[in-house]
Design a protein around this ligand. Structure first.
Ligand code: ADP
Ligand code: AMP
Length: 217
């Protein structure tokens, strides 16, 4: 099964992708995570992406299509994947369609997660992750069971993203509404879209997604 989680920054795409991948044997493909890894490694892609990401803009279609195309070819993607943060523009969506067709694959569904802007600000400004395993946390909505210790791997090294501040979030939201939200109409017209209430608590959102995936299976 191949699915897309579509939604603005802070909608809960990464959180839900990590939960679903564990339960269903799918692989989370986050272009944001891949680009941050490229920036950290100082690769050619990372050098091109760094300033754009810091400003809250979108990295070029050419770059992200290239990294997704390579990643989908890896063997762990054969049993299915969850795209998180890709596609983000109409050209990326068109390229994905061609890419999947050329590899004999297709999309099972696109799940749009709807969350109000003021809630996104609250989610983004409180977000942090485990530096060792990437598990996601939040100052209010998901704190570790033991303070300072990751529930998932026991590490005690947490980090916050430089672009998770209110000012950069404004640019990221503008990019979402201008470049990414047209994908809602694009996938609706293809009869591939299901929209859910992303304002619910984490387990409520997981329940909505599981119901959709059970229906599509
Ligand atoms: P995205 O990947 O869409 O940018 P994340 O999954 O990283 O968003 O979620 C953003 C922040 O909000 C994280 O700190 C996460 O723990 C928290 N979060 C995610 N889903 C919910 C939810 N349903 N209710 C409350 N907080 C949530
Ligand atoms: P995310 O982790 O999904 O919030 O993405 C962080 C940043 O990476 C974004 O603000 C963009 O600068 C960049 N990015 C991630 N995915 C894409 C994409 N599909 N297209 C363009 N830029 C992207």
């Amino acid at each position: 099964m191949n699915i897309i989680l579509l939604g603005p920054p802070g909608a809960g795409k990464g959180t839900q992708a990590r939960i679903i991948e564990k339960g269903r044997g799918l692989v989370q493909l986050s272009t944001g995570d891949m680009l941050r890894a490229a920036v950290a490694a100082g690769s050619e892609v990372g050098l091109k992406a760094k300033a754009v990401m810091e400003s809250g803009g979108l990295v070029s279609d050419e770059i992200v299509i290239g990294i997704i195309s390579d990643r989908i070819d890896e063997p762990d993607c054969a049993s299915g994947f969850i795209l998180d943060g890709f596609p983000r523009t109409l050209p990326q969506a068109a390229a994905l369609e061609d890419l999947l067709a050329s590899k004999g694959k297709s999309l099972n569904c696109v799940i749009e997660m709807r969350v109000d802007d003021d809630k996104l600000v609250e989610r983004i400004t409180g977000r942090y992750t485990c530096g060792a395993c990437g598990e996601g946390y939040h100052d209010k909505f998901r704190v570790p069971k033991v303070e300072g210790v990751c529930d998932n791997c026991g590490a005690n090294d947490f980090k916050r993203r430089a672009d998770d501040n209110e000012e950069t979030l404004r640019s990221r939201l503008l990019a979402y509404y201008k470049e990414t939200s047209p994908l809602i109409g694009y996938y609706f017209a293809k009869d591939n879209l299901v929209s859910i209430d992303g304002m619910a608590d984490m387990s409520g959102v997981t329940g909505s997604i599981e119901a959709i995936l059970n229906d599509k299976a």
